[in-house]
Design a protein around this ligand. Structure first.
Ligand SMILES: [Zn+2]
Length: 385
């Protein structure tokens, strides 16, 4: 990872580079910052920089043999420790070194912007969470005792240092206090108060804020998908609040159509112009075959779309978090959701959700709902004439 790929945080980049070129680099550092602020990417960029054969004043070269290995997170002199647990492949005595392949794969999926919930999902440990345990600490000490293979600095990265358990922390105190020469230990963490005080007091603190809004916007613009003219990057950046993972989620959510968009659009059209009762009945049948959770999600999505129609009617486009075809549909459909029917539509859909939760028969429920909606749509249409 190069500094140029770390979003924002320019003053930290400069400070790190200066500490290195002035020969004042602390050998144990704690990169502390909120999720999505780029603490791990910065640690990786710094590790690559201090080992680069040909660094500039602002970044590693990105092309020397050392950079190429660091770029893939596969250099023999970078050692990762992260929260772990038993998985399908590691059934007992888990430790980071046994899960390194997963870790590298995971980092690829998120461009090194790791977040713990996603990491645990990736590992498939579900709600078990994980810790950095005493086996990790032993392994780390062992790695420290060996010479670096080829790098100038041996790098140790402890990601989510707040997950170091008590045994591991105690075992590491001496190493953190006095690492062997030419070693750089970077602890990466989000929650200062959860790190054991004797651990955090041994590291030099580098504090990250959330990513500044201008850097976030320009990084989002680079990713902006062609044709999504309705995405409002400025708003999304504000909602993301300096968290790159959040920004990515927003970009993906608003550009990916809801799975129920097409069925909902068909249903609303059938109820709007009910010439084709056969098609309406077969829709009801199809819905009845979905499980209850899906029926509920469909109805909740219907409520959201109706709500967005109302928002369009009052010209509150900012509130309409849709893009592409969904957005077009809502704009076209919104005139027919009006004071003649909007309250009632909310009411019947909410009632339907209530009944789905209480095991109502799907076929009967959707047939009833469709008939009611046909009537209400007629009233909405008349209002516009
Ligand atoms: Zn290089």
């Amino acid at each position: 990872m190069q500094f140029k790929d770390v979003i924002g945080q320019n003053s930290i980049k400069q400070r790190l580079i200066k500490s290195y070129s002035d020969n004042r680099m602390a050998h144990t550092q704690l990169f502390l910052g909120p999720e999505g602020s780029g603490t791990l990417p910065m640690a990786l960029a710094f590790a690559q920089y201090v080992n680069c054969k040909n660094p500039s004043e602002t970044d590693s070269c990105g092309v020397c043999p050392s950079c190429i290995k660091f770029q893939k997170n596969s250099h023999a002199d970078i050692h990762f420790y992260f929260p772990n647990n038993t998985t399908n492949s590691v059934k007992k005595n888990p430790e980071s070194v046994l899960l390194l392949n997963y870790w590298r794969e995971y980092l690829k999926t998120c461009d090194n912007y790791a977040q713990s919930s996603e990491w645990f999902n990736f590992l498939g440990v579900g709600n078990k969470q994980g810790s950095i345990n005493v086996r990790d600490a032993k392994n780390l000490i062992e790695k420290m005792s060996m010479k670096a293979y080829e790098a100038k600095y041996k790098i140790i990265i402890i990601w989510m240092a707040e997950k170091l358990n008590m045994d591991a922390s105690n075992k590491l105190l001496k190493t953190l206090e006095e690492p062997p020469p030419n070693t750089l230990i970077i602890l990466v963490a989000e929650r200062y108060e959860l790190i054991i005080p004797t651990v955090r007091s041994r590291a030099q603190l580098v504090k990250f804020n959330s990513i500044d809004i201008d850097s976030l916007i320009s990084a989002m613009l680079k990713l902006k998908i062609e044709g999504d003219a309705n995405l409002n990057i400025d708003d999304m950046a504000r909602i993301a609040n300096g968290n790159w993972n959040e920004a990515l989620k927003l970009i993906n959510e608003t550009s990916l159509e809801n799975e129920f968009f097409v069925p909902l659009r068909n249903w609303l059209r059938l109820c709007f112009a009910p010439k084709d009762y056969k098609a309406l009945f077969s829709f009801n049948q199809e819905m009845s075959r979905l499980g209850r959770e899906k029926q509920k999600s469909f109805l909740q999505y219907a409520l959201t779309v109706i709500h967005f129609c109302v928002m369009v009617n009052v010209n509150n486009y900012q509130a309409v978090k849709l893009a592409g075809e969904e957005f077009d549909f809502v704009k076209k459909f919104s005139p027919f959701i009006n004071e003649a029917n909007q309250d009632k539509i909310y009411e019947i859909i909410n009632e339907a959700i209530y009944h789905v939760e209480r095991n109502a028969h799907g076929g009967i429920l959707f047939t009833d709902l469709s008939f009611k909606l046909v009537n209400l749509m007629r009233q909405g249409r008349q209002k516009t004439q």
